[in-house]
Design a protein around this ligand. Structure first.
Ligand code: NAD
Length: 251
């Protein structure tokens, strides 16, 4: 594996949540570099539509990322019909704004399954071939909520994104000598339906007031960071969580 170039041509990326606001932007960004993309999301029609808009070779797998059997079956199909995965982007996620006393057990379980368990299942699936090929990039889309306690986000969501950070650290350390990097991105307030539809107008105005950059993050900006981390030239960066919080917190 040539480490001193930035070439991703013909690499295979698997992007979960590929039909969402950030997932679509990630697919478009990677497709621009001729990365072959396996798109994963819930709805097969939406997936077909999203895949057809990409100017690269694609494979669409409709499945529930929070279900380990679904992931295992889906991964087997992707590997057999599309090839070994070089870049895994765990982007599928659901938001819950309920705080501690309003968080029901089934809500907690559902958020954990989709946001956190899924990242474990997909990482377990792709790591053996990444190890064999001595190249792999795992990129976990966490959230600023993980260290801010969730300004608007609820308890289950915040805990799931914190769990994702610890998972990132653990896998990064275990496979650091295998050519596999594992990093996270912690954005806040990216302009997708998660913000435009799940927050009220008043909540959005209050957030803009709070944000030093005075604007929401764009999905393309998150996609740009994914592209950076996916590069062979980013191989010395592992176990890092890249903040994209518009100056809300410096550290
Ligand atoms: P989105 O709702 O537009 O996209 C999420 C996608 O995940 C959807 O296409 C949805 O169908 C898919 N998905 C949900 N449950 C699934 C399941 N069980 N199996 C398969 N796919 C499933 O949201 P987004 O804003 O694009 O968010 C993408 C990621 O970024 C999420 O993990 C989210 O937590 C994280 N994030 C978003 C923001 C933000 O402000 N938008 C901020 C920080 C982090």
């Amino acid at each position: 594996m040539e480490l001193s170039n930035d070439n991703l041509v013909d690499k295979v990326a698997l992007v979960t949540g590929a039909c969402g606001g950030i997932g679509r932007a990630i697919c478009e960004r990677l497709a621009a570099d001729n990365v072959r993309i396996a798109l994963v999301d819930l709805d097969s029609q939406e997936l077909k539509r999203a895949a057809s808009m990409l100017d690269t070779d694609t494979f669409a797998a409709a499945l529930d990322v929070g279900d380990s059997d679904d992931v295992s079956r889906g991964y087997d199909r992707i590997r057999e019909e599309f090839g070994d995965v070089d870049i895994l982007v765990n982007c599928a996620g659901i938001l819950s704004n309920n705080k501690l006393l309003e968080t029901a057990p089934n809500e907690w379980r559902k958020v954990m399954a989709v946001n956190l368990d899924s990242a474990l299942y997909w990482s377990q699936a792709v790591v053996p071939s990444m190890k064999k090929n001595h190249f792999g990039r795992i990129i976990n889309i966490s959230s600023f909520a993980w260290k801010a306690g969730g300004l608007t986000a609820g308890t289950a969501y915040t805990a799931s994104k914190g769990g994702m950070v610890s998972l990132t650290f653990s896998i990064a350390l275990e496979f650091a000598d295998a050519g596999i990097t594992v990093n996270g991105i912690a954005p806040c307030y990216v302009m997708t339906p998660m913000i435009s539809e799940q927050l009220s107008k008043e909540q959005r105005e209050a957030i803009l007031d709070l944000l030093p950059v005075k604007r929401f993050c764009m999905p393309e900006e998150v996609a740009h960071t994914v592209r950076f981390l996916a590069s062979p030239l980013s191989g010395f960066i592992t176990g890092e969580i890249i903040d994209m919080n518009g100056g809300l917190q410096f550290d």
